[in-house]
Every structure is written in C-alpha cells, then in structure tokens.
Design a protein around this ligand. Sequence first.
Ligand code: KG4
Length: 291
Amino acid sequence: MPEIASRCHVEAIAYLAEKAVSEAGIVKSDIDAVAVTYAPGLIGALLVGMNFAKTCAFALGVPLIPVHHIRGHIAANYLAYPELEPPFLCLAISGGNTMLIRVDGYTDMKIIGSTRDDAAGECFDKTARVLGLPYPGGKPVEQLSQGGDDSRYVFPIAHVTDNEFDMSFSGLKTAVINLVHNCGQTGKDLDRASLAASFTKAVSESLVPRTMLAAERFGFKKVVVAGGVAANKRIRADFKEACENRGLILYIPPLKLCGDNGAMIGSQAYYEFLAGNTAGTDLNAYANMDI
Ligand code: KG4
C-alpha cells in the first residue's frame, strides 16, 4: 500500500536520521554532504526522503547528492571490498529490479539485460505468500528450503527471445502457485521444503548461467552480485562455484549490505560527488529511471 508506506516514512525518517548521526558518534556539523535516493521506487516514499534530504542539506549548508537506487546496491560492494574497482559486470537482484549491468566506471553504467516481468525478489515474495509465509518472503523461503530436495519439483526456466540477457520470472511464479493450488484441490501431499528448494534452484539457474554468458561475451573478469536476493545462500554458492570454474573473481556483499541500506547510498554518493553530480532544491523524484 504505497500511501501507507509513505506515511510510515514520514513517521520514521527524522528519528532514524537522528539515531544514525548519534550511532556514528558525530555531530551534525561534521556532515559534508547529504545523499538521497531519488529514483527508482515508490514515488511517495521517495518524495518523503528527498524532501527531508533537501531540508537537511539546506539547513546545514552542504551539497545535496542524488543517487540512483541500483547504483547504491552496486556501491555496497565498494564498502565491503575496498580493492574493487570498475570495470566489472554486475547482476542486481532485488525486490523491484533484476538486471545485468556493465559497470565501466563508478558513474558510467549500462543495462544489458533485465527482467521482462517480475523481479527475482518479487518471485520469492509471491512464493512465500502462497505458502503462507511472512513478507518479505526471501528469507522465510530460504529457511524452509533447508533439507528440501531441489530436484523433487521441476519448474520452468524462461528463455527470452530478442535479448539473451533478458530474464522472465512470471512463468516460474505461476508454476509455483499452480502447484500449491493443485495439491490443495486434489489433496496431494505438498513437500514444502522441496518446493522451496526446487524453486530456489530454478531462480538460480535463471541467473547464474546468464551472468556467466554475459561475463564471457563482454570480457569481464570481475563479477559483482548485489541486492536483497544476493543474501540467498544457494544463489551465493552457485555463483561462487560458477565463477571459480571460469577463473572469474566474484564479489557479493556481506548479508547486512545486500538488502536496502543507507550506507550503500552514501558509498555511491562519494563517487557521484567526485563526478560533480550534485543537485539543487529543484531535484525531483522518479518512479522509473534508467541507471
Ligand atoms: O534490495 P532489497 O532489500 O530491496 C529492493 O531494493 O527491492 O531486496 C528485497 C528483496 C525482497 O524481495 C526479499 O524477499 C529478497 O530481497 N530477499 C531474499 C533474501 N533476503 C531478502 N531473497 C532470497 N533469499 C534471501 N535470503
């Protein structure tokens, strides 16, 4: 419910900013610049953050730095791996986006493939919902999958025409929903742990081979995985194995930097600032925006 999400942002933001400053052990006059996510996302929530950031920047007399949300996810890796430098290939997998990105420089990126429908995280969330698990569903599905047999159920892995680096997850989502409903209607036993394991395997098999193909095609030696779904143990392990087999260097953030966080926005803001990308108080928020 976007409207409720926006109101929750209004309730939380001032308290959260105060808490972040105090936990960082700094005072407000130590702040050199204010970074803010301005796109893409739920517009109401973005506007709350942006207006708060504009006010802070104005009151403190410091620059305002607009940051693209997915650029932030990529930059989470610079915090975890200071040695990491572009160029590299990045797979960003979150609740709203699933995309393969060429990162040619800190502020020079191009999308080479993305999902045509649902994001990978959304697919985890819908699978969790049909299984009666809480939202967000990625972690509960991962926990359920422990001990499950990943070959018990065979789920579709979509291949998209026109662009071999594009992906699709809506067929997988529908297949999971149909299986659960079918078992409910016919009284057949549903092995929930194996469903979760088989589903995760299908997601991983949609992501890993495509990423490997893109790395090979574009000649990247470094592969970065970012976003909330990058927290998934099975997906992490599959990427590790695939990269090791090909002599590629893999970077995946530690769990606390996979999901949305403020630190990653600050990390990207540093590079945006160096590139001269600051904004005035006329900055707007955008629900959709190319990287
Ligand atoms: O990056 P993120 O925190 O927010 C967006 O920018 O969307 O990603 C949230 C998504 C949710 O769909 C959530 O279910 C998924 O990441 N997620 C996971 C795991 N932890 C979070 N998916 C699979 N396995 C996990 N362990």
